[in-house]
Design a protein around this ligand. Sequence first.
Ligand code: DQA
Length: 142
Amino acid sequence: MKVLIINGPNLNLLGLRETDVYGTETLGDIENWLLDTVGSNEHKIDWYQSNHEGEIIDKIHMCIDNYNSIIINPGAYTHYSYAIRDAIISVQIPTVEVHLSDIKNREEFRKHSVIEDICIAQVTGHGKNGYLEAFQILLNYL
Ligand code: DQA
């Protein structure tokens, strides 16, 4: 497995941001936990976060020739970024969408994801375990 885990806007503030919704662990805590859980010797697992749509798109393009799978939590871009959707389609790399919170049971605008139908799976509302589930889905898929 060569997987890039991409996190979108405001996820750098995990641990501070809306802790009642997202919990008290930081993105770094979740990254370390995932690496410890799956073992980083056997697999190449890289972690990336950006608050900028274009940077996320550049990173998705960079996956061509470098990764065989993508896990993405696009943050609020989930709900409206057709540009990120197009980037995922363009690179033709199996991608799993992850959300810490249960987007289907929050505000109306969060219920729709513009990438759900082009990802091989969506994992929503399982907190940090969602990243592990996404990893296992990709492992089985590849
Ligand atoms: C999120 C859900 C999004 O609606 C929100 O904008 C985020 C985080 C999640 O992980 O639950 O920033 O993607």
